[in-house]
Design a protein around this ligand. Structure first.
Ligand SMILES: Cc1cc2nc3c(=O)[nH]c(=O)nc-3n(C[C@H](O)[C@H](O)[C@H](O)COP(=O)(O)OP(=O)(O)OC[C@H]3O[C@@H](n4cnc5c(N)ncnc54)[C@H](O)[C@@H]3O)c2cc1C
Length: 331
């Protein structure tokens, strides 16, 4: 059994390109659309947990180690008040994400254009358009954060480094690459972002885009449209990790497409599996909102502590999360 309708994937970032490869290799009738030009430099820190990426790329006959840039020994977390903690890495690294996206699409058929608007009848549109949710449309309760990132030759800390702003208002990061660094900041306003990055000199590239902080799992499907990746909020509200989670959401969709032929069954099972897998994001988003409104003493926040630990470990950063959250992230 499996889905027999025609599938269209709009957006070939990590989630859409992974899904296109996975479906094509399994013989599904699928087409892909992506308007960005080849080699376009995607704004992203390129940090992942190599172990989780290995599992996913193994599904499509690729090797995550081919894309490794720099492996982290440890990651420093700091606050604006000067406290800092070094946490050991367990797989945290940077990869060449641009090359990975290029290679995932190798030998696959897709069109370099915006997807045709709303197919109907026997067609299903998969919205993998990231922050824009081009086909699913605006969502209730959506929260985006402004970001800016630089590609540089040098970096003030020169290692894997996060600094959280007070009251969950955003963070600054430095991630080493083979040839340089990604230095970036995300925050509620462009002023917060600009201030955090004011000491960066002579960037080789400047990139900017919003990132989604809100899980939108109740708004992951609409009619004959099914969302994956950042379009449905598979991004950690506390670290901004979205590469592997977005590919994981695509894998969950692939599994359900392989199992169900009826569109309603498929949408229901997919949504339920997504909620189960990314439950922690719902808790962490609530924690983030409480931090922003000064309600951190609420009892419900306690259950978010184990979600935070799980979230950091998934990203490839070990333990001691309670200490980090208490002392740094939301002071
Ligand atoms: C500054 C910054 C730094 C980040 N750093 C990290 C990091 O270090 N580690 C990490 O794990 N995550 C990071 N993230 C998050 C991560 O980049 C994203 O969550 C992840 O790439 C989402 O993948 P996606 O495939 O769902 O969406 P995207 O990668 O955003 O892909 C969406 C694609 O859809 C295309 N598109 C848009 N509209 C249409 C249309 N109508 N038709 C066809 N195509 C369309 C776009 O051109 C784009 O290629 C960062 C994000 C930002 C903004």
């Amino acid at each position: 059994m499996g889905f027999s309708k025609v599938l269209h994937i709009a957006g070939l970032g990590v989630s859409g390109s992974y899904l296109l490869r996975r479906l094509s290799q399994s013989g599904f009738d699928v087409s892909g659309y992506e308007p960005k030009r080849p080699g376009f430099y995607v704004p992203c820190g390129y940090a992942v947990n190599l172990n989780r990426l290995r599992d996913l790329l193994g599904n499509v006959g690729m090797n995550a180690d081919d894309y490794l840039e720099i492996k982290a020994g440890s990651v420093t977390f700091a606050s604006d008040t000067g406290i800092s903690i070094k946490l050991p890495s367990s797989g945290f690294c940077t990869i060449d994400k641009n090359r990975l996206e290029y290679d995932i699409l190798r030998d696959l058929k897709y069109e370099r254009k915006v997807a045709p608007y709303l197919p109907n009848g026997n067609d299903v549109m998969i919205d993998a358009t990231g922050v824009s949710r081009y086909y699913l449309g605006p969502a209730k309760g959506d929260l985006l954060m402004r970001t800016r990132e630089y590609l540089t030759n040098t970096a003030p800390k020169g290692d894997f480094y996060f600094r959280y702003f007070p009251s969950g208002r955003g963070y600054y990061w430095e991630f080493p690459l083979k040839n340089g660094f990604h230095i970036g900041a995300g925050g509620d306003t462009i002023e917060i972002v600009s201030d955090a990055l004011k000491d960066v000199r002579d960037p080789l590239r400047v990139m900017s885009r919003n990132i989604r902080l809100s899980p939108l799992f109740d708004q992951a499907t609409k009619g004959n449209i099914i969302g994956v990746g950042e379009a449905i909020g598979t991004v950690s509200p506390i670290t901004g990790e979205g590469i592997v989670p977005s590919m994981e959401s695509a894998e969950i969709l692939f599994q359900n497409i392989s199992r169900y032929d009826d569109l309603d069954d498929l949408k229901e099972r997919y949504t339920s599996d997504i909620k189960k897998k990314f439950q922690r994001y719902v808790k962490l988003f609530s924690l983030l909102k409480n931090a922003r409104s000064g309600n951190l003493k609420k009892l419900g926040n306690l259950s978010a502590i184990s979600s935070a630990k799980e979230d950091f470990e998934n990203f490839g950063i070990q333990l001691e999360i309670m200490r980090v959250l208490k002392q740094i992230a939301f002071t």
